[in-house]
Unconditional design. Structure first.
Length: 312
């Protein structure tokens, strides 16, 4: 590959620096992680889709999480696994931008989904008698539509601003393509991109955080006001899993952002922190919900028994 071609058409992702003896073990471990992540998330979607007693607002909103997790997993793992075996870290610039686009869609969709789920829990606990009237199937479908429409519109506009400028460098500092790392390849003025990127971060991440904080504050206030053991038990039972999932996504998002700020940190640490948001939430989300939400867990067991029994 010529230097001119690599600088114009291809970019180089951060080196894996794997010893030769670890290449195939790393590939096998990565492939196993990829397959188990896809399986767990597809299982959650299938169980909710085929279980009539899960056709409720809470679970219909929950379907968005595994969809987002599958987008992230497919967007990251195939190219990553191929590069482990081939030790070729070059990727076509258009493919790099496409990967970054879908990975940002994943982050946006999951944050907004968790915000919608927080609102659902807020209504269930703070206005239980009005829950069925407020969280109608039509309203839930509108939530789902606007989550994906808003994310596609927001992220699409970010990348339209990105592709209008030419890159003059070809070394990505991360193990995968994302908007901040691609921005570092541009030598021309990126003021508009920077300000609009900050705007989308405030609107998307900041807005979802405000919704979650507000709803949980109202739930806490309601539990204190009623001062009943049943209210606290219901709040913990219905919100605990959601809160853990939200905090996981927040934590790994912060890890990813921090990885861009501390360039003097050890390279391996920055790589691990940067890629953590694409590995841990997608594999942990379905496990957490599958194990902790009793209604979902029972339906998973019933679904698997039915499918396994039909194959005998």
């Amino acid at each position: 590959m010529t230097a001119n071609k690599s600088s114009l058409d291809f970019v180089s992702l951060a080196a894996l620096d794997l010893p030769s003896m670890l290449i195939y073990p790393a590939f096998i471990f990565g492939l196993f992680t990829f397959l188990i992540t896809i399986f767990c998330n597809v299982l959650i979607i299938a169980v909710i889709a085929f279980s009539k007693d899960l056709q409720k607002p809470r679970f219909l909103l929950l379907v968005n999480l595994p969809i987002g997790d599958i987008i992230a997993t497919i967007g990251f793992f195939p190219q990553f696994l191929i590069s482990i075996v081939t030790q070729n870290r070059f990727i076509h610039y258009n493919a790099c931008v496409t990967q970054a686009f879908f990975l940002h869609i994943y982050g946006c969709a999951n944050f907004l989904t968790l915000s919608a789920m927080a609102y659902d829990r807020f209504i269930a606990i703070c206005a239980p008698l009005r829950y069925n009237a407020i969280m109608t199937p039509q309203k839930v479908m509108k939530f789902i539509f606007w989550i994906w429409f808003f994310c596609f519109a927001l992220i699409f506009s970010v990348f339209m601003l990105l592709v209008r400028v030419k890159i003059c460098r070809n070394k990505i500092v991360d193990l995968y393509c994302n908007n901040p790392s691609i921005m570092k390849l541009i030598c021309s003025n990126t003021t508009v991109n920077n300000y609009y990127g900050l705007f989308t971060l405030v609107v998307g991440l900041g807005g979802s955080n405000l919704v979650v904080i507000y709803t949980y504050a109202q739930i806490l206030f309601t539990c204190i006001k009623t001062n009943q053991v049943d209210a606290w038990h219901k709040a913990i039972q219905t919100c605990g899993t959601h809160l853990v999932t939200f905090l996981l996504l927040q934590t790994f998002s912060m890890f990813s952002l921090v990885a861009h700020r501390f360039q003097n940190a050890p390279a391996y640490l920055r790589k691990i922190l940067g890629v953590s948001i694409l590995i841990f939430p997608p594999i942990l989300d379905p496990i957490i919900y599958g194990l902790k939400v009793q209604e979902l867990r029972l339906n998973i067991v019933r679904f698997l028994k039915k499918r396994l029994g039909s194959t005998k």
